[in-house]
Design a protein around this ligand. Structure first.
Ligand code: GLN
Length: 400
């Protein structure tokens, strides 16, 4: 029988509403139109050669077979020390830290390990696009509350803040997990110490766990301190902390991250992890363990990225794009609805398509971070780029 004529059996989609992630779509569109890609978040500059040398050394030393399921010990011990020195919380590297294939796998595995049918998971939109599908695959119900958009008299979004009333209304006996993200993708908003106190009060007397996505922990500006969930003793006891070496060391393609959580949570996490990825590539873990010992490699990141942020913002200052504050992350959000062109009326997705294909600069629509079509007239640029790349993009954006 002709193979082409044999239909595959049909089956109900597990994720009927999900298409291809916006980051992949926009990167493909940027490549097709040779646009400068300020869409998907990744650096266009190389990582430190010392890190590559450390991985090479590990490979040549024959660290090429399966590592321990939970990750290479040297790396877990290094992470434990790093968290203790930065956030004053000790995670036992044997029972409380697991190496993952990037932040996204850590997030899905954490969700699969604790969320089941009937459980509610609270997310705060705009939210990273993997949260909701991961909850759905676990059989859980997503309860989305929206960040409060603070607007000026003309209705332009000026900044975002945490929607405490909506959050406290959303928490109930069915709440299994609350997902937070600081510094926040895409808005750049960061949580303050008082916010963690408030979250702790809200979670008190409930059985809710917390997943804190902190992959941008080292991209925080103007002298602010990252407020890790691990720095709050009450919250650390009920939280999965997610971070990623891809963001910190400019190696997003390596896909290595980690999850730190109290032993009881980690036990359940590892039950899923071992059948999800089993282990993460060995030489990268040895290389990272070596490189992690030098604290300067991550301590210099705020000033390194702050300079890029300020350069990019200064270049947009004279345009009709309205800049939102960027206290953290490597993303700059702008409101485009004030531009003196007909395209200023387009929805965010269409505006980003136009910007990519006609202006030659790719960006990400904030609407992609919401389940319902929300139009705030805000788009996201990634400034983790060489100065030359930013300069070329600015030249194009200044001509609109
Ligand atoms: N976290 C990155 C971003 O927001 C993208 C990750 C991905 O492409 N899955 O741009």
């Amino acid at each position: 029988m002709d193979q082409a004529l044999t239909p595959s059996p049909s089956f109900p989609s597990r994720l009927p509403k999900v298409g291809t992630t916006v980051f992949t779509v926009m990167s493909a569109l940027a490549a097709k139109h040779q646009a400068i890609n300020l869409g998907q978040g990744f650096p266009d500059f190389p990582c430190n050669r010392e890190l590559i040398a450390a991985v090479n050394t590990a490979m040549l030393a024959d660290h090429n077979q399966y590592p321990p399921m939970v990750g290479v010990a040297e790396l877990r011990y290094g992470i434990s020390e790093k968290i203790a020195s930065l956030y004053r919380h000790h995670y036992n590297p044997e029972s409380e830290i697991t190496i993952t294939a990037g932040g996204t796998q850590g997030i899905m595995t954490a969700i699969l390990s604790c969320v089941g049918p009937g459980d509610e998971v609270i997310i705060i939109e705009p939210a990273y696009d993997s949260y909701r599908p991961s909850i759905e695959l676990a059989g859980g119900k997503t309860i989305a509350v929206s960040l409060t958009a603070n607007r000026d008299e003309q209705g332009h979004v000026q900044s975002y803040s945490i929607p405490w009333d909506a959050l406290s209304n959303a928490v109930n006996v069915k709440t299994r997990l609350i997902i937070i993200n600081t510094p926040h993708n895409p808005t750049g908003m960061v949580w303050q110490a008082a916010d963690l106190d408030r979250l702790a009060k809200l979670a008190n007397d409930t059985n809710a766990l917390i997943l804190s996505d902190e992959v941008y922990e080292h991209m925080i500006y103007d002298g602010r301190q990252h407020q890790s969930i691990s720095s709050h003793p009450g919250l650390a006891a009920r939280s999965f902390l997610i971070s990623s070496f891809g963001k910190t060391y400019h190696v997003t393609g390596w896909k290595v991250g980690y999850v730190a959580a109290p032993a009881a949570l980690t036990t359940e996490f590892r039950k899923v992890h071992q059948f999800n990825v089993f282990t993460v590539n060995t030489p990268m873990q040895y290389g990272l363990a070596n490189y992690l010992q030098e604290a300067a490699h991550y301590l210099e990141l705020p000033s390194f990225y702050q300079q890029k942020r300020d350069y990019f913002r200064a270049g947009l200052e004279g345009t009709k794009f309205k800049l939102l504050p960027t206290p953290g992350t490597y993303f700059q959000c702008v409101d485009y609805t004030n531009l003196n062109i007909p395209q200023a009326q387009l929805n965010e997705a269409d505006f980003c398509t136009w910007l990519t294909t006609e202006v030659g600069v790719a960006a990400i629509p904030i609407s992609a971070f919401y389940n319902e079509p929300v139009q705030s007239g805000v788009i996201r640029f990634c400034f983790a780029k060489k100065e030359q790349t930013l300069s070329n993009a600015l030249t194009r954006l200044q001509q609109i």
